[in-house]
Write a protein that binds this ligand. Sequence first.
Ligand SMILES: *[C@@H]1O[C@H](CO)[C@@H](O)[C@H](O)[C@H]1NC(C)=O
Ligand SMILES: *[C@@H]1O[C@H](CO)[C@@H](O)[C@H](O)[C@H]1NC(C)=O
Ligand SMILES: *[C@@H]1O[C@H](CO)[C@@H](O)[C@H](O)[C@H]1NC(C)=O
Length: 256
Amino acid sequence: MNLLLGLKCMFLELIVVSYDFMQSRIVGGYAPAPHSIKYMVSIQNDKGQHFCGGSLINKYWLLTAAHCNIMVIVAGDYSLSVYEGTEQFFTPRFLVPHPEYNKSTNNADIMLIRLQLTVPVHLNSFVTVAPLPRQGASVSEGRVCRVSGWGYTSSTGAQIPATLRTVKVPIVSAVHCNSSQSFGGNITANMICAGYSAGGKDACKQGDSGGPLVCEGRVYGVVSWGNSCASAKYPGVYTAVSQYRSWIDQTINSFY
Ligand SMILES: *[C@@H]1O[C@H](CO)[C@@H](O)[C@H](O)[C@H]1NC(C)=O
Ligand SMILES: *[C@@H]1O[C@H](CO)[C@@H](O)[C@H](O)[C@H]1NC(C)=O
Ligand SMILES: *[C@@H]1O[C@H](CO)[C@@H](O)[C@H](O)[C@H]1NC(C)=O
């Protein structure tokens, strides 16, 4: 199969967890009602430290950013520091980063994670799957979306005991985001931007890397990169999931 040739399936043994890559975090948001964002997962290292967010997209697959390293996945969580009895723990069977992912440009920063088949996710009142947009669907400028994630204290791996947080941010047009006033040509057609142009308020965006930006009930964005938070000039930049819907479907189907 041609498709498979292009896929770089990295197996767990090959993955080196890097402790020093910068984390983005929810700023100016609030704690949602416990277990109200049920497709949200915490991606953790082998020490149980939260690294990235992700979205459950079916019983066997997660969506996250290509730059995330994964050891353990926790679904049904709310407070990372408290065992609530709703958590489901998984290990990945393999990871499928997008074959065009480019670390220096952040283009195609998207990755699928196949969970261990022996233990599929149990969907219940704490854990659900997130709907995705169709291929090529766009979300208009100004549309208010929601990004969620678990905060992170530093790039060294220390972690605040924190519940999930969420913040609403409007979509910023690619023209504005890509302008010399903002990211100056570094925005590709595979990215979407969201944030407040006024800045200053407690509305600085950014969720944990890999986490979902949800618009109209669908995961339109995966938290990817940005500049320092709370800046009026630089909105958060997300991988545009609708550019990858066909890839997602083909990848998932090719592994059945
Ligand atoms: C990433 O993008 C840069 C800039 O377009 C390009 O020079 C480089 O070759 C790309 N790297 C990979 C691994 O594709
Ligand atoms: C665009 O990307 C280049 C290469 O990574 C970087 O040097 C430059 O500072 C970026 N520009 C902006 C406005 O972020
Ligand atoms: C952003 O600007 C760069 C440089 O002009 C261009 O190559 C790229 O296609 C632009 N991105 C979008 C989404 O139009």
